[in-house]
Design a binder for this molecule. Structure first.
Ligand code: PEP
Length: 263
């Protein structure tokens, strides 16, 4: 786990799963499960990333029941407002009290042709509206073979930071594309190698203090059975979890990694 006082973040990306009613039931159950287990939210933040149509319901529940869970969106528009059918602006997300927004997930980069420039513009838009961008980077299996482990994620992060100059709260998620949804996670050592390189990029672009304060997550087939190995790495400060975040017991067990990370 990180050497500084970075608070680990366990983030559940629900992708296009769970409608607003299902998400209410899920969040209630997750909150009860973590409360029953005396989860230390100050020691490990737990965030869910529901589809857009669920956000208002999740916000209302969290606020009415004063839950310690936080939430974010899975994407944001690079634009402010206007004739952009289907887009959601950062201002709208902020008005809903969203804390985070995922930007540049590999599924958006590949299926929605999101370029590094768009990722940079969206990251800047998120920051402008007071949201914390969770900037996703990661190499494909072909990239890994051709360019080695860190080249593509490093280049993607440099590009994503192009529009950010002042010190600001961001989160970086290293998600090797070959590990997402494949059941084949990176090894903790592979994750550490790339996360350390990404911290170097942060230091170069935004200064050592920002680099030291920024949380870098690993994502790709994280489960309760392998989270401990990742969280023992000095440059891994949490996890972005896809499939396993759709199972309350499993996601709660991942969130409670401190109970099963030997030090
Ligand atoms: C993801 O979608 O960001 C992800 C990491 O998925 P999974 O955990 O299912 O590999």
């Amino acid at each position: 786990m990180g050497v500084s006082n970075r608070v680990p973040l366990i983030a559940g990306n629900w992708k296009m799963n769970l409608d607003h009613l299902q998400s209410i039931a899920f969040v209630q159950k997750l909150a009860w499960t973590l409360k029953d287990a005396n989860h230390d939210f100050a020691g490990a933040e737990v965030a869910v990333f529901p589809p857009f149509t669920d956000l208002r319901s999740v916000q209302t529940l969290i606020s009415a029941d004063k839950l310690d869970l936080v939430f974010g969106a899975q994407d944001v528009s690079q634009f402010e407002s206007g004739a952009y059918t289907g887009e959601i602006s950062g201002a709208f997300l902020k008005a809903l009290d969203a804390k985070y927004v995922i930007i540049g997930h590999s599924e958006r980069r590949t299926m929605h042709a999101e370029s590094d420039e768009i990722v940079a513009a969206k990251s800047a838009a998120a920051i402008k509206h007071g949201l914390v961008p969770v900037i996703c980077v990661g190499e494909t299996a072909d990239d890994l073979e051709t360019h080695g482990p860190s080249a593509v994620p490093v280049a993607q992060l440099k590009a994503a930071l192009a529009g950010i100059s002042a010190p600001t709260d961001i989160v970086v998620a290293y998600e090797p594309v070959w590990a997402i949804g494949s059941g084949q996670a990176a090894t903790p050592e592979q994750a550490e190698q790339v996360c350390a390189a990404l911290r170097g990029v942060l230091a170069e672009a935004l200064g050592q203090d920002v680099a030291d304060a920024t949380r870098i997550l690993y994502g790709g087939s994280v489960k309760s059975g392998n989270i401990a190995g990742f969280m023992r790495q000095p440059n891994v400060d949490g996890a972005l979890v896809g499939g396993a975040s759709l199972d309350v017991a499993e996601f709660a067990a991942i969130s409670r990694f401190q109970k099963h990370v030997g030090v």
